[in-house]
Design a protein around this ligand. Structure first.
Ligand code: ASP
Length: 351
């Protein structure tokens, strides 16, 4: 589909700056990249002034390297978007790339019934450097956040990541490359848009709200009692026991091999069973970059299933974590959380 621009009244965008490489510069004392002031970012991108949009900005204090992101930042971001929701047509969040996939995934669950774009972007090179990718990323993100269809509805009412000319659904994204401009990938779902000479939207893949007139629900209660167990050759009973039976854990994402397989040894299956019997929610997500869990394919997967492990389908780990934080925060009972895990809530699984 060809791009549209906002019709009628000037589109208004809120640019939210949380930190990340895009706004960093070399600190001569520390000899490392540290965040700098947001007004300096805008000075570096005068092109934004050429859009017929009203662009306001909001800077978090402190601005951070995204390796320091905590769920409290997600709660602040969602509260800010809720507070400003009626005033703006779209939101662009400048964020470090290291944990952007976690933030975009979790925000997609925290906002239910979104009718406006929430677009994350950042860069691999600071915006002040000559070959920066930050300018292009920011300009495309702003244009996408402002884009509307003929009826005046947002073209992309989803939480997304816009990076290196590709727009991907936030809860399908993964940081894939630490030093290439194509930092993010969405292996299990095609891009929602691609920017060339014009921005081409894959409209049929973009999710639409049930109603454009109903304000979204903003969920700010997250329960973070979730752990991740990555299976590997040589993993010991002690490690598996400590993670699966941790006192302060309500759910564990088990990152398995291939189509959802794990060791078939008795000690392993019996710890999994014990965790399940003790009421831990166990979710099977593959370590592979692409593809889906199918616990009916191999005997090793089947024994996980009969030990009470749930299917994570083609979810990324980042998305599974955000979905669990959200579901555990909303529901007290395991049955309701499990029912939510089985559902495709925000386009995060192919089901
Ligand atoms: N460490 C940085 C961050 O995630 C990396 C980046 O922004 O690309 O904040």
């Amino acid at each position: 589909m060809m791009p549209h621009v906002a019709k009628g009244k000037k589109a208004s965008i809120l640019l939210i700056y949380t930190g990340g490489t895009i706004g960093m510069k070399e600190d001569p004392v520390l000899q490392a990249l540290t965040p700098f002031d947001f007004s300096q970012i805008l000075d570096e991108v005068p092109e934004l002034g050429k859009f017929a949009y009203k662009i306001d900005s909001y800077t978090f204090d402190p601005i951070i390297d995204s390796s320091d992101v905590e769920p409290s930042l997600w709660i602040s971001l969602v509260s800010l978007i809720e507070d400003k929701y009626d005033k703006y047509d779209g939101f662009v969040i400048l964020h470090g790339t290291d944990t952007m996939a976690y933030s975009a995934s979790t925000l997609s669950f925290m906002i239910e019934g979104l009718t406006k774009p929430v677009i994350f972007t950042g860069s691999q090179l600071p915006i002040g450097t000559p070959r920066t990718d930050g300018k292009e990323n920011l300009i495309s993100a702003v244009e996408i956040a402002a884009a509307k269809d003929e009826e005046g509805h947002a073209l992309v009412p989803e939480v997304c990541i816009c990076f290196d000319n590709v727009l991907i659904r936030g809860n399908r994204s993964r940081k894939f490359n630490s030093d290439n401009f194509r930092a993010f990938r969405s292996e299990n779902h095609p891009p929602l848009a691609e920017a060339g000479i014009s921005i081409r939207y894959n409209t049929s893949l973009i999710r639409k709200p049930e109603s454009w007139d109903v304000r979204p629900l903003f969920h700010t209660n997250l329960d973070t009692r979730v752990s991740i167990l990555k299976i590997h050759p040589g993993i010991t009973p002690n490690v598996v026991r400590n993670i699966l039976l941790g006192e302060d854990t309500r759910a564990v994402i088990i990152e398995t091999y291939g189509a959802g397989n794990a060791p078939s040894k008795d000690w392993f299956i019996s710890i999994v069973k014990e965790a399940s019997d003790r009421g831990k929610i166990l979710l099977n997500v593959t370590q592979c970059i692409a593809g889906c869990v199918n616990m009916d394919l191999y005997a090793t997967g089947k024994s996980l299933k009969s030990a009470g492990v749930m299917n994570g389908y083609d979810s990324t780990t980042e998305s599974a974590l955000g979905k669990l934080f959200y579901l555990l925060g909303v529901f007290d009972t395991n049955d309701k959380v499990k029912a939510g895990l089985e559902m495709n809530l925000r386009g995060e699984i192919s089901k």
